[in-house]
Design a protein. Structure first.
Lengths: 192, 192
DNA sequence: AGTAAAAGAATGAACGTTCATTCCGTTTGA
DNA sequence: TCAAACGGAATGAACGTTCATTCTTTTACT
């Protein structure tokens, strides 16, 4: 017998592909099952229902981001350098894992994402503590513009996500220098 | 007899509300009909099918934007002033017409929007000629960073849309000075 | 003007399809 | 041999669309 073909993993991965490529609409459970090489009923042994599958997939993806962007990160580096590091890493993550990026996008622009966002806001401490910490510190040191945190976030991440989307959809092609220049431009937007 | 209650208009407006508030998912034709005060079959006298309704609604909304942001616009003003004018007007449009904004968002983040975008790209001249012209000119005069047009667009509009979304979803509250500061920050991102 | 006929608009019940979920017979592994 | 895991047909709910029928407006005729 070959290595156990972990069914849960197969399902997650099939769901990621299909949701990312076709949207939530274009990915009925039967198709996910087929792509995962699994009976339709089997999915329900691992996920209570469709919604749970969608949300658990989101959780798993979100958790892969932080370790990725933190690679090579130094708390000791100057503020600007840290900003640029996290920004470029994040953009590279999106580009390197286009399916995950597309999925995260789908999720965020859906009732799931909005509910999720609202919950996160209420539980005052947002996730992505890395960014949160960085921005808090930047505000304290007055290296960032005097704007609400939420707006600073959007100034930094809005373009980043937009650019990643255009790249992933093949509307533009980002190379390494362009990534850096883009993040530097984001820095110009937030720096005082 | 009261004024004729133009059915097409009723349908368009009910569809806008429902799609904006509930997403494409949460707005079955029967509900749109009910909200419009119209029989289910009547919708099909005005729109060939659901897809056509969704696309025609988009067209109508898109066409209301340009006149709005052009109000008070002077071709003669300095470049930076023109950028700030268009940016703040656009952000104000989103805030003033939250349903339209939500709908446009839904549309863009759906297969409709992506197809639409691709078409626009192929027909090389993008819409929003106002912005296109401005940015072309800015690139020529070297007041903008040396980056592809598409990236400059995203640097300017990415945060704008993100901030509008957060406002419309009540995650933040934008007042007039904050709008201006936000657009000025976008300017810092694109200016050379 | 008044009325009958024709045209056009509107309706909503019914249809066919799609899809998430369930159910039950079969397989697998201990 | 038994229980857990699995598969996929069956089920029922939801939905877009159709169409026979009803209601409203316009036209034609005396």
């Amino acid at each position: 017998m070959t290595v156990k073909p972990d069914k849960r993993e197969e399902i997650i991965s099939a769901a990621l592909e299909l949701f990312a490529e076709q949207g939530f609409h274009g990915a009925p459970m039967a198709l996910i099952a087929e792509r995962a090489g699994v009976g339709a009923g089997t999915i329900y042994r691992y996920f209570e229902n469709r919604d749970v599958l969608i949300r658990e997939l989101y959780q798993e993806l979100e958790e892969t981001i932080t370790p990725f962007i933190l690679e090579g990160y130094s708390e000791a580096a100057p503020f600007r350098a840290r900003f640029l590091h996290l920004g470029t890493r994040l953009l590279r993550f999106f580009i390197e894992y286009p399916l995950r990026f597309r999925y995260l996008e789908q999720f965020h622009n859906s009732p799931y994402g909005i509910a999720h966002r609202r919950d996160k806001m209420l539980g005052d401490e947002g996730r992505c503590n890395v960014f949160r910490e960085l921005f808090d510190q930047g505000a304290a040191q007055q290296v960032l513009k005097d704007l609400p945190l939420a707006i600073l976030f959007n100034l930094a991440f809005g373009p980043l996500v937009a650019v990643a989307r255009d790249h992933v959809l093949n509307f533009i092609t980002l190379d390494e220098p362009m990534i850096v220049k883009t993040i530097e431009a984001c820095w110009d937007a937030v720096k005082r």
